[in-house]
Design a protein around this ligand. Sequence first.
Ligand code: FES
Length: 587
Amino acid sequence: MTAPGGPGEHATPDSRLTSEDLRSHRWYGTDGLRSFSHRARTRQLGYLPEEHLGKPVIAILNTWSDINPCHVHLRDRAQAVKRGVWQAGGFPLEFPVSTLSETFQKPTPMLYRNMLAMETEELLRSYPVDGAVLMGGCDKSTPALLMGAASFDLPAVFVPAGPMLPGHWRDEVLGSGTDMWKYWDDKRAGLIGDCEMAELENGLARSPGHCMTMGTASTLTAAAEALGVTVPGASSIPAVDSGHDRMAAESGRLIVDLVWRRLTLSKILTAEAYEDAVATVLALGGSTNAVIHLIAMAGRSGITLTLDDFDRVARTVPVLANLRPGGQYLMEDFHFAGGLPGFLTRLTDVLHLDRPTVAHTTLREQLAGAVVHNTDVIRERAKPLAQEGGVAVLRGNICPDGAVIKHIAAEPHLLHHTGPAVVFDDYREMQRTINDPALALTADHVLVLRNAGPKGGPGMPEYGMLPIPDYLLKQGVRDMVRLSDARMSGTSYGACVLHIAPESYVGGPLALVRDGDLITLDVDARSLHLHVSDEELTRRRTKWTPPPARYRRGYGALYEDQITQADTGCDFAFLARPGAAPDPYVG
Ligand code: FES
């Protein structure tokens, strides 16, 4: 689990470090030329030796950027983290790292998740760092930062960016993402016009912070809290609440203590912690993206997490969070209803309560005193939103390595459905042609999109909620069965089968589907079946030719060469594999 040569390798459980044991001591504390130089250059930064020598150096990895509205407050919040680090006797240093803005980065920030993970790991490795505070929240930032930090295995605390304030339009409360999709469809159906859209544009996103539905950001920050790497209750604090400042300062104080106590991430990110994170995201009715990210994160901790683990756990936990897109409320409601500590008290029978967290010796101790204040937002076990966890894993001849569906966010009548396929090879082609009445689509058709997976997308964009044709929207159709090897925004909804593996671009069976083929989705049976004989599929395969590589050079070529499939977490093969990556020699 610990990278050989990493700082955790030298840790003696339950013993405290001395100043000479600090990793940064090798940069600052010896008699050699290099330490002399590093001390001189730290004076150049404006610090006297007595301000930093012998203190844990805490790297604050900040994903702030002017282009990222979900993290735009993190520049200020880093000051609160620094305040906490100074108060606890540490030496804070802020490092700007890549920002992954779900809204602005194209083709998708998923293309760059592993780049931020790699940057995180190598930055921690190459600088005099004893512990890290990781600041992020917009979808891919949370897994990226934790994947990189887990690979290097320092003590680390995650500071979630926090959800933005609820959106408002006239007398309605708006959820980012979720209500954007809803009202865009209303516009396409002719139910609202440009005036209403202009007002909605003003009201959808009212403050800094990540999406305030139980989308991918809220799901992953909740997973981080469930894993035990945040201050308790941190993940639901609204980004602009002054409690967020206090949480950031507390994270700064906490990380210094973790360094002295040698509490490296591998002691927190155990198999039990990952199983609890899976149970948490399923009981939250969280984003399907969490499946890919948690598998990848666990891999960096040396733990094999599979799609079958998600399906197994999903059958043991009900959905208890009444949050959009599957439910009614938003993250601020969840926060005041008790937040994740209150929520986890509903799951104590399935959680591993004796495991440690960064803040407490055991999760049991951490949850002591946590309460639920609103039982409509955080449901009792006897009154769940759904009897089973929010994601179902499907198998079948189209998806031999699996696929997922967020069935709680689909129209129930579509969860057992057979219909003829209409196939799109390319997202742009689909956008061009989907509204053409000549396609004569009905609500029974199964929309199929391919070449949208990890390699084919590239980056597995969130194309999975394929648009319903305008003319069907006008007839009142609001959901159809849709299949793809893409992902879907955590704020989206519908009978969308996602993450089909292997993807079509590498020759998965999805590549062999033709218009008119009958497809059956049966969520109860966890099955997705293409009604085409094996012999016919073999014939079609002989005629299939692999598409040309998308990239000839640059990061894209590295991505295309190394990316793994959705069922194994879309990590880079060379980053996911175990093996030595030594701490650098300082001398
Ligand atoms: Fe950043 Fe939704 S756009 S979390």
